[in-house]
Design a binder for this molecule. Structure first.
Ligand SMILES: *[C@@H]1O[C@H](CO)[C@@H](O)[C@H](O)[C@H]1NC(C)=O
Ligand SMILES: *[C@@H]1O[C@H](CO)[C@@H](O)[C@H](O)[C@H]1NC(C)=O
Ligand SMILES: *[C@@H]1O[C@H](CO)[C@@H](O)[C@H](O)[C@H]1NC(C)=O
Length: 552
């Protein structure tokens, strides 16, 4: 397959309203409807699409830990937040709060005589927050902290992956003039680095609970060597039960729409996958698997551009944006194709003793189901010709059906923010590739006489088994390119007593992965010391695969 032509790329450059000189235009010529032209290998629309579709959902952000987005948002008035500790004091400075009490009770540790303290806060006004996507509270040197480093410290600093006390202080300091109340992150569950426990929140309860663990951050200070060993003293059996609880509460937010207590403003989204804003990462990502994408190597100009845009997001006069509900539009696309591609892959994966002609026809009816709203009456194959150019109008109609009006309407286009342009481009790129692949296969089947609803005489002679294998490859390639986490499941499905689980920090690699031992810091202060940064990681820990674990 050909790559986008240079002329096509140049045209895209001319037709887009780029503001920076060094941006990298990666869109194919949007007027070219050649079924053989694949997307530019460096294009990131599919990655913008998948990361935005995954916001605030635990499952996809556990799978791909290295976040690539900064999203302003709010926590609505009336939202409860939780914080566990060993004394009854309100934190004097910035500290961590959890969205689910199952998370914060782990940090409610005191002596068995005095118990421990569990604080419930309520947002007394909408809290201004910044969301870091990915597993942004997984204290690992491999990338989850990159985007926070950029915001808090102005550069990626992998060696400071566990420098949590300084991180929260510097982030809060950075965001003070922007009136940012907190920073939303995810580990086993969601948490917020809350900058001031006296601003925008009221105390609902400071409950003296029976302590489940001995010591802990509020109890007698632990020596580093106590923390390092995952023995009974740092991880008692009861605490293990609570860890299992937080893994379960995290899993409540596994799938769309995720943790709804944070409302994101996509019109002000900033993505490190935006190749116009962050051109320096294009070459850094080149040839890497998605697991390994990170912000390491980002240029200082790009950091300055990102931080400028982020500051604008909080200070510029509010832009209402177009009003398009991007979150829902993305979901509509995933709904329309997610299950169908799974079914299609299953149909094409028929056992070798199945009749290939029957399998090919089954696949054809799946193509037709997907394309039905776009199969124009006028589109008809040329008898005896293998050329599929007749299907171009179907491809174009399919690819633009969700977005052509937004693109075309001057009134609507004028309202789109820069972030919305990025989102529009992402939906277009994804829709376009889905439609190119599906229409390509369908048109091929039609010319071979496999669509009973569109007979062609004479059809092109074909070998059904060969065609089926080709389609199998095409569908696999497309699903790999889209890489939607809705397809990542335990197969076979887990039993009722189990849950489907992706290894997550800090429990992945044997006793703690590369990041270190069980969480000693958030949402309740830093660890006694940085621990075991080089503890052995199992090779698959950085490429988490689903597995069933017992929940009882
Ligand atoms: C941990 O607890 C188990 C059972 O509760 C016990 O058998 C084991 O010896 C303890 N290990 C340590 C290091 O105390
Ligand atoms: C993709 O990016 C790499 C690294 O910057 C570059 O060498 C390559 O030419 C690019 N490919 C295309 C098709 O733009
Ligand atoms: C394809 O079929 C084989 C054998 O029936 C099975 O092991 C494999 O998991 C299937 N693959 C998919 C993607 O369904």
């Amino acid at each position: 397959m050909r790559q986008a032509t240079f002329a096509g790329v140049a045209l895209a450059l001319l037709t887009q309203n780029f503001t920076r000189a060094s941006q990298v235009p990666l869109r194919v010529d949007s007027d070219s409807w050649n079924l053989d032209v694949s997307p530019n290998i460096n294009a990131t629309g599919r990655l913008v699409f998948d990361t935005v579709s995954s916001f605030l959902q635990h499952w996809p952000n556990t799978r791909y830990r290295n976040g690539h987005n900064l999203v302003p948002g709010t926590v609505p008035v009336g939202t409860l937040l939780y914080h566990g500790r060993g004394d009854s004091n309100l934190p004097a400075g910035a500290d961590w709060v959890a969205t689910d009490p199952e998370h914060s009770v782990i940090f409610c540790r005191g002596s068995s005589e005095a118990g421990c303290w569990h604080l419930t806060l309520i947002a007394s006004r909408p809290l201004k927050v910044l969301y870091f996507d990915g597993s942004s509270a997984a204290k690992m040197r491999d990338g989850p902290m990159d985007s926070q480093d950029v915001v808090g410290w102005g550069k990626v600093s992998p060696e400071r992956f566990f420098d949590e006390k300084k991180r929260i202080f510097d982030l809060c300091n950075w965001g003070k003039s922007l009136e940012i109340d907190g920073y939303v992150r995810m580990e086993m569950d969601f948490e917020i680095m809350l900058c001031d426990f006296k601003e925008g929140v009221d105390v609902v309860a400071m409950a003296n609970l029976a302590s489940q663990g001995r010591g802990g951050p509020g109890g007698p200070r632990r020596r580093p060597q106590d923390v390092v060993h995952t023995d009974n003293s740092t991880f008692p059996p009861l605490a293990l039960a609570s860890v299992s609880q937080v893994i379960q509460s995290g899993s409540w937010h596994n799938r769309y729409p995720g943790d709804r207590r944070i409302k994101l403003d996509l019109t002000r989204l900033i993505s490190f996958y935006d190749t116009s804003l962050v051109p320096s990462l294009v070459s850094k990502r080149f040839g890497l698997e998605r697991w390994d994408h990170r912000l390491l190597g980002i240029s200082s100009e790009d950091i300055a551009a990102v931080l400028g845009k982020l500051t604008d997001a909080y200070t510029a006069p509010p832009q209402a944006g177009s009003g398009v509900d991007w979150d829902t539009l993305f979901k509509v696309i995933v709904d329309r194709y997610g299950d169908r591609f799974e079914l299609l892959r299953y149909v094409l994966n028929a056992t070798s003793d199945a009749d290939p002609l029957v399998t090919a026809k089954n696949a054809m009816s799946q193509f037709r189901v997907m394309l039905h709203p776009y199969i124009l009456h006028a589109a008809a194959p040329v008898p005896g010709s293998a050329d599929t150019a007749w299907a171009t109008p179907v491809y174009k109609f399919c690819a633009t059906s969700h977005t052509s009006y937004i693109r075309r309407s001057a009134a609507l286009s004028a309202l789109l923010t820069a972030s919305e342009h990025l989102l529009l481009n992402a939906v277009e790129e994804v829709n376009r590739e889905i439609c190119r692949m599906v229409v390509g296969m369908w048109a091929e089947g039609v010319t071979a006489g496999l669509d009973d609803a569109l007979p062609v005489d004479p059809p092109i002679a074909h070998d059904s088994a060969v065609l089926m294998r080709k389609w199998q490859t095409t569908v696999n390639d497309l699903m790999t390119w889209l890489d939607w986490s809705v397809w990542i499941k335990c197969r076979p499905a887990c039993g009722f007593e189990e849950m489907c689980y992706l290894p997550t920090w800090p429990f992945g690699g044997g006793g703690g992965g590369r990041g270190g031992p069980p969480p000693r810091d958030s949402p309740d202060g830093p660890p006694a010391s940085p621990v075991h940064p080089d503890s052995v990681a199992e090779p698959d820990y950085l490429r988490p695969q689903p597995q069933c674990v017992r929940r009882l």
